[in-house]
Structures are given as structure tokens and as C-alpha cells.
Design a protein around this ligand. Sequence first.
Ligand SMILES: Nc1ncnc2c1ncn2[C@@H]1O[C@H](COP(=O)(O)OP(=O)(O)OP(=O)(O)O)[C@@H](O)[C@H]1O
Ligand SMILES: [Mg+2]
Length: 211
Amino acid sequence: MTHPPERTGFTVWFTGLSGSGKSTLAEMLYHELQARGMKVELLDGDVVRQNLSKGLGFSKEDRDTNIRRIGFVADLLTRNGVATITCAISPYREVRDECRQLIGRFVEVYVYATVEEIAEHRDPKGLYKKALAGEITGFTGVDDPYEPPEQPEIWVDTMTQEPIESLQTILDRLRDLGYIDDATTLVEGPKVHSGMTDLRLTESGHVAEGR
Ligand SMILES: Nc1ncnc2c1ncn2[C@@H]1O[C@H](COP(=O)(O)OP(=O)(O)OP(=O)(O)O)[C@@H](O)[C@H]1O
Ligand SMILES: [Mg+2]
């Protein structure tokens, strides 16, 4: 059975370590979907923690609450026809799967990079060095768990791919799954930030502590 035309929303759920590339790819995807005339919203982990989840910490309970809130909002948006993108670390499989069940039209994207790669080559926030030195604790992938998805719809290897290649992998798969008609990239040139992720903050050097 095909979906009724009014129900065109879906959620693209990015998961992966801090610095793996979730926000980078989410921004790129946001502009691609917008260029297709779709209604798009982006729920970024860091931004959510500044408002919807303000006051929550990084214990398992608080992390789960944060992800359930993102899942709740993503479900509301999705059922109202919005292409919804989330990009929180979302380290626990069980809560991600809970969100999958709730939302239904759910595309999980595992953004892969190792701790070693990120700590050595892309640690703009300087947090891995602190975590590896034991200066901050409860850091995902260092001394706090990260449970990779077992059967994500999409898996991107950011150790070997450029962001534009990972984006293409995502667009191809979204087309194959029937969520978009055309996988050709429509947006060229320098990326304009949506203002919905922490990427601009990262550039300015202001970052939230913890992870
Ligand atoms: N294929 C790729 N896809 C995405 N990012 C990549 C890729 N290859 C290298 N990178 C780089 O990795 C970094 C990813 O940073 P980004 O802020 O997107 O991570 P994040 O997963 O959102 O982290 P956080 O959970 O801390 O918000 C960027 O500097 C980006 O240029
Ligand atoms: Mg991010």
C-alpha cells in the first residue's frame, strides 16, 4: 500500500560519536531537502540541550530523557508532513529503537568514525583530548558507552568519505526508500548554515561542556 499523499513526512535520525559528522551532514541534507520544496526541520543535539532539554546532564537517565524528547517532537513534525532531521549522539540503541517504533517513517543514519580518528584529526571542541586525559568524565566513546546501530538504513564511513560523498550516499538511499524522487545534489558552493546546529558556535569557539 502506498502512503496517502498528505503523509509525506519522515525522520532522518543521525547517530554517531561527537565529531563524527552528524551536524555537518544534517546541514547539507537540510539544504538539499529544502531545495526540493519540502518542509524541513532540524533538531540538533546541542541546540536541543540549550532549550528543550535545558538542565539535563549526561547520566544515562538524562541522556535517555533528552533523546525521548527529541523523538517526541520528531514524531509530531513527521506526522504533520515535515521532513525532520535529528542529529544528537543518541548513544543507546534501545531508546533509538523506541523512537523508531514511535515515528514509523524513520531512517537511521550511522555516522561512523573512530575515537582515534576524531581525537587526532578533528577535535575542534578539544573535548576528546580532555576526556582521554581524564579531565572530563562520562564522555561518549571514551569512558561512556556508544552502541552502534545493528541495522541502520544508512551507514556512512566518514573515515574514507568526504562530506559530499556521504551526503550522496544518504540521498541515494532516501531515493531508493521512496522518500525523495531525485538524488541529484541541487545545492552547490559554500554551505550556508541553517542556524539550527552548533556548527556556527563551533567556528566561534564557544561550545557546551560535557558530552
Ligand atoms: N564524510 C564526512 N561527513 C561529515 N563530516 C566529516 C566527514 N569527513 C570529515 N568530516 C569532518 O568531521 C567534523 C564533524 O563535525 P560535526 O560538528 O559535524 O560532528 P557532530 O557529529 O555533529 O558532533 P557533535 O555530536 O559534537 O555535535 C567536521 O569537521 C567535518 O568537516
Ligand atoms: Mg553536532
